[in-house]
Design a protein around this ligand. Structure first.
Ligand code: ADP
Ligand code: ASP
Ligand code: MG
Length: 459
């Protein structure tokens, strides 16, 4: 036991002054526990910063958007009782720096992803600069901690990958020096080995919390958000969705990967092997137990625990005699995709071995197509292979639950439910783990499909 809890609060939990006071109260309630706080930018700020960077890059008026960001944080400064001028000065320093960068983008009429990551870093940096002032008002010795000095990534700006070994070393060395202080760490942002700012994809603060919790072997990581826990479906789509009391790491990882927005897709990766439990809690109803994610596997009863969807996808179908019985054809296909840095979300192969289809994000669909066409150029010319890109906007619907393992008939019920709801299934995949069945469907059918599957298994 490390006697450490990592607590992450999302953008909606710090959306205004009242909520920031509420968070300060929650995290100072038991002073004997050692904690690290991870915060997101105030709700809406990351979107505003993206808007400002685009406006600056196209030569538009970014000043109003920039001011809207600063005004949000100024409203927090106004609510401080002590040390307000000091906090204001810190905010002015950051906003001046942000303004200079936006001016540079406007002058260049260009904002590459690297510059945008630097611009986005200000949302979390402003939030975490101000929070320690609120915590000190409640008697805590709180300090700002910049994750760019703690989490090291590669240089895939906008969606950087964590270099876990160096990150672990940095975090351990840093934590050893944090005696009797309560650090507030910027979520979502990190840096390359040579200190260039990066971000961990949208919603990345959850991931920041588990990266820290995993590296420091925390007792637990708490993800505080605006719902009562992980739910059986997106509550915005299915009002009848229920809170799930317990999930295994594997179940939660599948839910996150397949789009349950409450967790960033990679959240469970740094903690599952270290057995560090994750608890999802509601900032607005702290008395509710929330969802506990642990090693625990078998649950009583139930099959499908949750239905999740992942949007923004495209399907590529590779088909033809060139694939039949050709050992290594699939290997060549996926190596070509990996070389082009295409992330394959899902694969499905017909048992005839004559076709393989795979799902990629819509942004990567052309890159993926070109990579495959280049790899199999001769087979395509000889007309023994064709590559087609489905023009429709697609999504994946995934039914997740350890209780599905070894249960006959689950996929039958799933596809029956989709059929009854007139949802056409383009491709299916079931991992050999059997805890997830996924179907590729049209984006336009998404909500209808989720409701139908939720009704079949959960309601
Ligand atoms: P935060 O700002 O705290 O990170 P997010 O907006 O990223 O919060 O995630 C919480 C939201 O995720 C909820 O308000 C809910 O609408 C949505 N959501 C989607 N799927 C689920 C699910 N299966 N369980 C819980 N919440 C979900
Ligand atoms: N502020 C970032 C975002 O809006 C990270 C996060 O909220 O977790 O994506
Ligand atoms: Mg989030």
């Amino acid at each position: 036991m490390s006697n450490l809890i990592v607590q992450k609060f999302g953008g909606s939990s710090v959306a205004n002054l009242e909520r920031v006071h509420n968070v300060a109260k929650i995290v100072t309630s038991e002073p004997s526990v050692r904690r690290i706080l991870v915060l997101s930018a105030m709700s809406g700020v990351t979107d505003l910063l993206i808007k400002a960077s685009t406006e600056a890059a196209i030569g538009g008026n970014y000043i109003a958007t920039f001011r809207a960001v600063v005004a949000k944080y100024e409203s927090l400064v106004e609510g401080l009782h002590q040390d307000r001028e000091h906090a204001r000065a810190a905010l002015i320093l950051l906003s001046n720096e942000l303004k200079k960068i936006l001016e540079a983008v406007a002058a260049l009429r260009f904002c590459e992803t690297r510059t945008r990551d630097l611009i986005l870093s200000f949302g979390e940096r402003m939030m975490c600069t101000l929070m320690p002032f609120f915590l000190r008002e409640l008697g805590s010795t709180s300090v700002y901690a910049d994750a760019r000095q703690l989490i090291v990534t590669d240089n895939r700006f906008g969606n950087a990958r964590v270099l876990f070994d160096t990150t672990g070393e940095k975090l351990t060395a840093w934590w050893a020096l944090q005696q009797n202080v309560f650090p507030v760490v910027t979520g979502y942002i990190a840096a390359t080995d040579d200190g260039i700012s990066t971000t961990l994809d949208r919603g990345g603060s959850d991931y920041t919390a588990t990266i820290i919790g995993g590296a420091l072997n925390a007792d637990r990581v708490e993800i505080w958000t605006d719902v009562d826990g992980a739910m059986s479906a997106d509550p915005r789509v299915v009002p009848e969705a229920r809170v799930i009391a317990t999930l295994s790491f594997a179940e939660a990882a599948e839910m996150a990967y397949f789009g349950a927005k409450v967790l960033h897709p990679l959240t469970l990766l740094p903690v599952a092997q270290k057995h560090v439990p994750v608890v999802i809690k509601n900032t607005f109803r702290p008395e509710v137990p929330g969802t506990m994610i642990t090693d625990a596997k078998k649950e009583n009863g139930g099959t499908v625990k949750s239905v999740a969807t992942r949007s923004g996808l495209a399907l590529l179908n590779v088909e033809g005699a060139a694939l039949r019985g050709q050992i290594g054809a699939a290997g060549r296909l996926f190596t070509a995709l990996a070389r082009a840095d295409v992330n394959v979300v899902m694969i499905s192969q017909a048992s005839s071995e004559e076709s393989i289809c795979f799902i990629v994000s819509r942004e990567q669909r052309e890159t993926a197509r070109q990579a495959v066409e280049q790899e199999f150029v001769h087979q395509i010319e000889s007309k023994i292979l064709s590559v087609t890109l489905d023009p429709e906007e697609l999504c994946i619907i995934a039914a997740v639950g350890d209780g599905m393992i070894g249960q006959p008939g689950v996929s039958g019920r799933l596809f029956q439910a989709l059929g009854n709801a007139h949802v056409n299934v383009r491709a299916i995949a079931q991992g050999s783990s059997e805890r997830n069945i996924s179907a590729v469907i049209r984006e336009a059918d998404r909500e209808n499909a989720v409701r139908a599957v939720h009704k079949e298994f959960i309601q």
